[in-house]
Design a protein around this ligand. Structure first.
Ligand code: BTN
Length: 327
C-alpha cells in the first residue's frame, strides 16, 4: 500500500492529490491513507499537506528502503525481491536464511547497519548506520560449483562500473577489494552452498563505504580504509548509486549466463591494480607466503604470479601490492 501511495504521489509531480482521490483509487478508507502517509513521513518522506488540496511529495529520503530502491530500477533478475532492513546481524546471514526458505535467484538483502558484519577470514566488517551500502545478492546460477568464486569478480566489476558511471575511478585488487589511492573502499564476501555438481545458492555480500569520513573509521582501519565521500569530496546519494550497482550486476549476470565469464575477466583486467605489480601472497590455509609479479588471471579467475621459481597459481589468498604507486 505504501508503495502504491508513493507511486500515485510521484505521478502527480508537484501537484496535490486529495486523500479522497487516493482512497478512491486504491479502494481504501481516507483514514487508512492518512495512516500510511504518517508512516511514510516517519520513514523520512517529506510529504506536505494542504487542508483543501491534499498531499504532495516534496522529497524522498536517501534511505535504503525497498520502495525507494525499486523506483526506476530496470533490472531483469537482480532485485526481483528486495528485502531492506534497518538493522541486521549480517545481510549474508539473512540472505542465507531466505535462501533456505526458497528465495529466488537475484534476491537482494540490504541493511542500514549490521551488528555483526562479516569479512573474509572471519574478520569483523565495520558497517555503521546510514553510512554505507551493506548488501547481499542471492544467486542460484546454472554454473558448476567451481565457478562460484568468479561471481566475486563479477560483483567487483559491477561496483567498479557503477562508480565509473558516477565519475569515480577505483581499482580492483585481486580478487575482490576495491581501492582508491591504496585504501579500501569496498569488500566482498562470497559464500556458497552446493552439491558435487550443482550450486544450491551463492551469496555475494558486498560492503561499500559511502559517506564515511576518515575520523569516523575505527582506529584499526583508519588510514587504510576510505569512502566514496572522501573520493568525491562530497556525499554521494546512496539510493541512486545502489540502483546503478544493481543495474551493472544484472547486466553482467545475464551476459555471463549467455556467454560465460570472459566478459567479466576482460572488464576485471581493465580495472585491475594488481596485474603488472609486485605482490606478496599469503596462502589462506597454509599461511605460506611468497612474492612475485602478478601477470594475469586464468580461466578460473585464479591469479597467476611469476616468481623466481616459476609461475604460481593463486586460487585463495591474501594479496598485498608491494609499494610503488597504487591507485
Ligand atoms: C572483506 O573485505 O573482508 C569482505 C567484507 C564483506 C562485507 C559485506 S557487508 C554485506 C555482507 N554482509 C556481511 O556480513 N558481510 C558482507
Amino acid at each position: 500500500m505504501r508503495a502504491k501511495i508513493l507511486s500515485l504521489l510521484r505521478s502527480a509531480g508537484d501537484s496535490y492529490l486529495s486523500g479522497e482521490e487516493i482512497a478512491k483509487r486504491l479502494g481504501v478508507s481516507r483514514t487508512a491513507v492518512w495512516k500510511h502517509i504518517q508512516e511514510l513521513r516517519e520513514s523520512g518522506y517529506d510529504i506536505v499537506s494542504h487542508s483543501r488540496s491534499g498531499y504532495s511529495l516534496r522529497e524522498a529520503p536517501d534511505r535504503l528502503l525497498a520502495e525507494e530502491i525499486r523506483h526506476g530500477l530496470q533490472t531483469q533478475v537482480i532485485g526481483r525481491e528486495i528485502h531492506a532492513y534497518d538493522s541486521v546481524d549480517s545481510t549474508n546471514l539473512v540472505a542465507k536464511r531466505l535462501a533456505h526458505e526458497g528465495a529466488p535467484d537475484g534476491t537482494v538483502v540490504v541493511a542500514e547497519e549490521q551488528g555483526a558484519g562479516r569479512g573474509r577470514l572471519e574478520r569483523h566488517f565495520f558497517s555503521p548506520k546510514g553510512k554505507g551500502i551493506w548488501f547481499s545478492v542471492l544467486l542460484r546460477p546454472p554454473f558448476l560449483p567451481q565457478e562460484a568464486p568468479k561471481c566475486t569478480l563479477l560483483a567487483a566489476v559491477a561496483v567498479a562500473r557503477a562508480m565509473k558511471s558516477f565519475g569515480l575511478k577505483a581499482g580492483i585488487k585481486w580478487p575482490n577489494d576495491l581501492l582508491y589511492q591504496g585504501k579500501k573502499l569496498v569488500g566482498i564476501l562470497t559464500e556458497m552452498s552446493a552439491e558435487m555438481d550443482s550450486i544450491n545458492y551463492v551469496i555475494i555480500g558486498t560492503g561499500i563505504n559511502v559517506n564515511i569520513s576518515q575520523d569516523e573509521f575505527p582506529a584499526e582501519i583508519r588510514g587504510v580504509a576510505t569512502s566514496l565521500q572522501e573520493m568525491n569530496g562530497e556525499k554521494i546519494p546512496r539510493v541512486p548509486f545502489f540502483r546503478a550497482v544493481l543495474h551493472e550486476f544484472d547486466t553482467l549476470y545475464q551476459l555471463v549466463k549467455e556467454q560465460g565469464f570472459d566478459v567479466v575477466f576482460d572488464a576485471w583486467r581493465e580495472f585491475s591494480v594488481t596485474l603488472g605489480r609486485e605482490v606478496r601472497v599469503i596462502g589462506v590455509r597454509s599461511g605460506e607466503s611468497f612474492t612475485g609479479m602478478a601477470v594475469d588471471i586464468d580461466a578460473d579467475g585464479a591469479l597467476l604470479v611469476d616468481t623466481p621459481y616459476g609461475r604460481r597459481r593463486v586460487l585463495a589468498g591474501d594479496v598485498s601490492i608491494r609499494p610503488s604507486h597504487i591507485e
